[in-house]
Design a protein around this ligand. Sequence first.
Ligand SMILES: Nc1ncnc2c1ncn2[C@@H]1O[C@H](COP(=O)(O)OP(=O)(O)OP(=O)(O)O)[C@@H](O)[C@H]1O
Ligand SMILES: Nc1ncnc2c1ncn2[C@@H]1O[C@H](COP(=O)(O)OP(=O)(O)OP(=O)(O)O)[C@@H](O)[C@H]1O
Ligand SMILES: [Mg+2]
Ligand SMILES: [Mg+2]
Lengths: 227, 227
Amino acid sequence: VIDLRGIGRSYVMGQEHIHALSSITLNIARGEYVALMGPSGSGKSTLMNLIGCLDSPTRGAYFLSGQEVSRMNDRQLAEVRNREIGFVFQTFNLLPRLSALENVAMPLVYAGVSRTERLERAAEVLDRVGLASRMRHKPNELSGGQRQRVALARALVNRPSILLADEPTGNLDTKTSIDIMGLFSDIHAQGNTIVLVTHEEEIARYAHRIVRLRDGNIESDQVETMP
Amino acid sequence: VIDLRGIGRSYVMGQEHIHALSSITLNIARGEYVALMGPSGSGKSTLMNLIGCLDSPTRGAYFLSGQEVSRMNDRQLAEVRNREIGFVFQTFNLLPRLSALENVAMPLVYAGVSRTERLERAAEVLDRVGLASRMRHKPNELSGGQRQRVALARALVNRPSILLADEPTGNLDTKTSIDIMGLFSDIHAQGNTIVLVTHEEEIARYAHRIVRLRDGNIESDQVETMP
Ligand SMILES: Nc1ncnc2c1ncn2[C@@H]1O[C@H](COP(=O)(O)OP(=O)(O)OP(=O)(O)O)[C@@H](O)[C@H]1O
Ligand SMILES: Nc1ncnc2c1ncn2[C@@H]1O[C@H](COP(=O)(O)OP(=O)(O)OP(=O)(O)O)[C@@H](O)[C@H]1O
Ligand SMILES: [Mg+2]
Ligand SMILES: [Mg+2]
């Protein structure tokens, strides 16, 4: 479902060229659960943004569900992003003036869901991440780990078939992380595809395949043989 | 040096009272290295903000280096914050229009250091956290872990005697985390005081004392007997 061929992403800064990604060839089948690891600055978030159609590569081709993404028009891209993909950002990106509930309900506005149903579904998924008592809070009235869970809830509310999560447990204690990983396992068991960036080996172990980046390239790509 | 007596911090939201901290009595001597742990939402960042004089308690008293903080005027508070304390925020709080170098040099502006020396010292500490090649980048041109390290460098540039770090390795891979913890150990060895919030037991182990919070209270406070 995710088919990257010779993908590169560079930035030009004055005289310098920074190759955030050099050449990435990666194939992820529908229903896989992949952990993406690598040192700070190795290109993980850049790769996630490309997979999530939030950025375009400098070179190479990207086929999502068989369609070449660079050939899609804006409407098609917006549709794919909204329906197929749920994105948990490393920096959360919540809207500061909206409550947790309203933040989580946002993707359903684009999906044309009625207001009553939006708030019901948002409340339901916030409850699943342990935030039933915090729905009215704005982001600055929440702890770091609570904001992270709101970002996760927002990514899940539209029941996407592809979940892209960039460090979803970076601000969570062990017990809360285990709850969240349990939720991810349920989502995966329903046949969905998950790509998860993490720097913790414990968390990566929930996936069945680990792709490691180094300096913008894939250093290793291993399927776990343990069940 | 950090003496909290019956500290409480509540928020009023409509009819509800949220007790982020119920009653915290905690004494940290100069030169200690303390890890602060606890579930998401248990009050760790709230406690760090109070210790760092960035927030005032709803009840209780706080003595910093023997002086009662609530009795200090704004000038005294600003001075303490700038000279004594270095703060690494859970959300980094970098200035988006300034480069990494300028962000790190900021505290030295308040300290009245000359421009040449500011940039030299900022460059030096950025090099120590592995960001020599990223000094000209703005925060949005950096990876998550790079931003985290810029926030750390900024907290250290004024050589504070008290370092308060809220999840300083949350976005870092294992190797980079180990480098950063090595840096913290050096700072501690020079006689400085460190309070470090982390959710990772591996990281907490670098400290010699672990304080655990739960629902706004101290659940346990243990000095490690292993060297
Ligand atoms: N401005 C506010 N208004 C209301 N409640 C707040 C406000 N700020 C924080 N809280 C609540 O206070 C509690 C403690 O928050 P705090 O940020 O200290 O937690 P934490 O231990 O740092 O959590 P985390 O590990 O998730 O970062 C949380 O339950 C949070 O929802
Ligand atoms: N807009 C930009 N301009 C220049 N360089 C950039 C820009 N955005 C990112 N970079 C660089 O690209 C590289 C890859 O960044 P990326 O955010 O993908 O890393 P990462 O693997 O997610 O790191 P982390 O684990 O720290 O989050 C970094 O070295 C970063 O400095
Ligand atoms: Mg990243
Ligand atoms: Mg916190």
